[in-house]
Design a protein around this ligand. Structure first.
Ligand code: NDP
Length: 323
């Protein structure tokens, strides 16, 4: 019987994850189908219950449900507990286990960004949402000694710092108010700069004015796109990386959790590139170029009838959250 894996989010249409995961199943001859379910917050609990069935290998969870899904499952792994967010579900019988593969995804991106250089110890992180949590946890685990978090709403950055409290007791993890002069001053003391805000996701905007970014940094944008932020940083002379590596590796880690097999990384990378060229988007909301008119998603199986409705208010909330 064909096994099912489902991406649950809102919105999820035209997701790059579908193309990437289906290509991996097909390449390894695994009889499984990756589906995409657009479910509002009110529909989340029912969707999660459905995944307990034998027909499912597991699920991906995306915006805006990564934190809300935690109380609906039976157990969280260390990365999920440490970040308070779940993006992948696996089954143990009818029990559901929550994982956070954004953590290994970010670790792969950081490795690629740093390359052969010595791993730096200081970072500035812009943003304090779910993505930023995986980033800050990854930096702590990597042995960073000083991590400064800036966020538009300072209380959210302070909440993030409190959340990591004990695991960051040996280092300096601070939330600072989003003032250009403070950010500029911190950038002179750092080696790594990461954009974990959604600024640049839907419009050609940068979280920072071009002149503020020094020319000797390692700069990562979680957004799967060549954003203005990355173009400005590269223009200043910094080394840059976009969110593709993180997206690919979080997907590869999820694939291995569902199937018990190593992920065919090259197949997945090339499926991502193809899907992106066709105008599909990541479920995280990263723009992937213009969507050709009338383009159908390549691997989006239809959701069960009656379960795809969402209110304009829900959509507005999700769009706000995604960018
Ligand atoms: P959240 O909705 O949890 O957080 C959004 C963040 O962006 C918050 O820090 C928010 O600040 C900030 N923000 C949004 N709009 C503005 C604005 N106009 N001005 C200033 N700050 C703003 O989203 P996630 O953390 O899940 O995702 C953040 C980004 O990371 C997205 O672009 C997403 O696509 C990307 N991502 C990429 C992944 C990958 O695999 N490549 C994985 C996960 C995320 P505030 O708290 O003040 O509202």
């Amino acid at each position: 019987m064909t096994k099912r894996v489902v991406l649950i989010g809102h919105p999820v249409a035209h997701s790059l994850s579908g193309a990437m995961q289906q290509a991996a199943f097909d390449a390894l001859g695994i009889d499984a189908r990756y589906e995409q379910w657009d479910r509002t917050t009110l529909q989340l609990a029912d969707a999660v219950t459905e995944v307990r069935d034998d027909a499912f290998l597991g699920a991906n969870i995306t915006i805006p449900h990564k934190e809300r899904v935690v109380p609906l499952i039976d157990r969280s792994t260390e990365d999920a507990l440490a970040t308070g967010a779940v993006n992948t579900l696996t089954r143990e019988g009818r029990r559901l286990v929550g994982h956070n593969t954004d953590v290994p995804g970010f670790a792969a991106a950081l490795d690629r960004l740093v390359g052969r250089q010595k791993m730096p110890r200081q970072a500035v992180v812009l943003g304090a949402g779910g993505g930023a949590r995986a980033v800050v946890f990854g930096l702590i685990r990597q042995g960073f000694q000083r991590v400064i978090v800036f966020n538009r709403h300072l209380h959210r950055a302070e909440g993030l710092v409190r959340f990591f409290g004990r695991s960051a007791a040996h280092m300096e993890l601070k939330a600072l108010p989003w003032h250009e002069s403070i950010i500029e001053s911190e950038l002179t003391k750092t080696r790594v700069l990461i954009n974990a805000t959604s600024i640049g996701l839907t419009a050609d905007e940068s979280p920072l004015p071009a002149g503020v970014i020094p020319g000797d940094l390692l700069v990562l944008d979680l957004i799967y796109n060549r954003t203005r932020f990355l173009r400005d940083a590269e223009g200043a002379g910094s080394s840059v990386l976009d969110g593709e590596t993180m997206l690919l590796h979080q997907g590869a880690a999820a694939f291995s959790l569902w199937t018990g097999q190593p992920a065919p990384l090259e197949v997945m990378a090339s499926a991502l590139a193809d899907a992106r060229a066709r105008g599909l988007r990541s479920a995280e909301g990263e723009p992937a170029g213009e969507e050709p008119a009338g383009q159908e998603p390549a691997v989006a199986a239809a959701a069960p009838a009656g379960q795809t409705e969402s209110t304009p208010a829900d959509e507005e909330a999700a769009a706000t959250r995604a960018g």
